[in-house]
Design a binder for this molecule. Structure first.
Ligand code: GLU
Length: 482
């Protein structure tokens, strides 16, 4: 069997949609699973939708997610150019369109907009235009004369009217379409650019692509491509169409969701590895239902036969959970580097931010949760004395006051302000006074944090804010409760 070659063929039109990232990932995994080549091709023939910035986004996203291409515009592998506009400039698509014209499989069409508009029919409330092959019947002389006169033209495929075309997809199986439904699609537009429909076939063939992976929005056009391959006498690649990605309401995941692109997710504080892992499971699953995979593990495990036909739901709860798992597993220095800006946004005081990072590392799912979780380190928020009430520890505001008052001089006398030493001290204090540990810890933690929930217990907080601040917070609490 020849070497597997797959391609990711994005159009540079904006952000990297989650669906595109999934296509890139599956494309990469299919190649790498078999030791094949992963090719990057830029499909920039739709000049109207071209967006300068998007090219940078494509490269940066592939880099950040670890999807390294073996060939592409910046890495020649002998099948270039890898940018379609450069291929246009070389006249390549026009040459191939002319080959089809010679075979009677394509023809020049000079119809103007007015004539095309007159062909429009209302079918089930939708305006559709089926070309009537008018220009197929022009004589050779008429065509020559039109071309010589510089009349604008497109080149259309001459699709058969009878019989049927069967297209095979690795996921969706055989799809058969009556040929009368295949319209004479445009191959070369009036601006001389090829349509996607034509360029993808020519390029996939010339680049010796063995597996074409793409979203299932292309599935309905696929029989037309099959016909083009036949017209050229070329062997078709294997097709792998991936299922639709929907939001939780089962509608197509759109920009409006606010998390439809890779950049959205990174801006919201998700880590690339977690996003890649999550995206891998949007339409694919491992037979053993395992969920956490590094990219290398995906390469090992990815069998495209397990891609599903049913729509994949983008489940934010699951993505957050997964991100939390990645944060827990991450080495501390990497975590700190990513968490630091979120911590610094809230903490202006000169305290050990690394200790705060260590406290939140196992407790957050996404970075933006950090702010709310640690704001009390900077300043105790306004809180109600009800917060001293805790059933389990059998305490409340009234009972907390004497505990804090008795404890204050002990804390003032405490020299070693590390977590362990502070813990021993509080335990000792509780034992001496015949209190349960929680009966002491609860009021202290409330006094130093002003919060019902904190990352870490009383003594961890005390170590971080230091003795002076602890004493001052204790005094303020005593005053509040008095
Ligand atoms: N340029 C197309 C897109 O971005 C690629 C489709 C394909 O992979 O064939 O949707």
């Amino acid at each position: 069997m020849s070497k597997i070659r797959t391609r990711f063929a994005p159009s540079p039109t904006g952000r990297m949609h989650v669906g595109n990232l999934r296509t890139a990932l599956y494309t990469y995994l299919i190649a790498k699973h078999e030791g094949g080549d992963f090719v990057l091709r830029i499909e920039d023939t739709d000049q109207g939708r071209y967006c300068e910035e998007a090219l940078g986004i494509i490269y940066r996203t592939l880099e950040a997610t670890g999807l390294k291409h073996d060939e592409g515009p910046d890495k020649d592998g002998g099948f270039g150019p890898y940018v379609q506009s450069e291929r246009v400039a070389s006249g390549l698509y026009m040459d191939y369109a002319k080959k089809l014209i010679e075979k009677g499989e394509a023809y020049y069409c000079f119809c103007d907009q007015e004539r095309l508009d007159s062909l429009k029919q209302n079918v089930g409330g939708k305006e559709i235009s089926v070309y009537d092959k008018h220009c197929l019947y022009l004589s050779k002389e008429e065509v020559e004369a039109n071309l010589a006169a510089g009349k604008p033209f497109v080149i259309r495929a001459n699709m058969p009217n009878e019989g049927e075309t069967t297209f095979h997809d690795e996921i969706y199986g055989d799809i058969t379409q009556p040929n009368e439904e295949l319209d004479d699609m445009i191959l070369i537009k009036s601006d001389g650019y090829p349509t996607y429909n034509f360029a993808n076939v020519v390029d996939d063939h010339l680049m010796q692509i063995t597996h074409v992976v793409r979203g299932n929005e292309y599935l309905s056009s696929a029989p037309k491509y099959t016909h083009l391959y036949k017209a050229f006498g070329w062997e078709e690649p294997k097709y792998i169409h991936c299922p639709l990605i929907t939001n939780e309401e089962h509608q197509k995941l759109s920009k409006r969701s606010g998390h439809s692109s890779y950049e959205d997710l990174i801006e919201q504080g998700f880590v690339p590895e977690a996003v890649v892992n999550f995206v891998a499971l949007l339409g694919w699953s491992s037979p053993d239902n395992r969920e956490i995979f590094s990219l290398e593990e995906l390469v090992e495990a990815f069998d495209y036969k397990h891609i599903s036909k049913s729509p994949a739901v983008f489940d934010m709860v699951k993505l957050k959970w997964m991100n939390g798992e990645y944060l827990k597993a991450m080495d501390f220095d990497t975590f700190y580097k990513m968490a630091e800006p979120y911590i610094k946004e809230v903490i202006k005081k000169d305290i050990d931010l690394k200790k705060i990072a260590a406290l939140v590392k196992t407790r957050i799912e996404v970075f933006p949760e950090i702010g709310e979780m640690i704001d009390f380190f900077e300043e105790v928020p306004e809180y109600d004395v009800d917060m001293y009430t805790n059933k389990k520890n059998k305490t409340n505001a009234e009972k907390s006051l004497p505990v804090l008052q008795e404890l204050l001089p002990v804390i003032e006398a405490q020299e070693d302000f590390t977590n362990d030493a502070l813990y021993q001290m509080l335990r000792g204090f509780a034992d001496e006074n015949g209190y349960k540990p929680g009966f002491v810890m609860w009021p202290v933690r409330t006094a130093v944090s002003g919060k019902r929930m904190t990352p870490g217990g009383a003594t961890e907080i005390m170590e971080i804010i230091g003795k002076e601040e602890t004493v001052s917070r204790m005094k303020a609490a005593i005053e509040k409760l008095s």
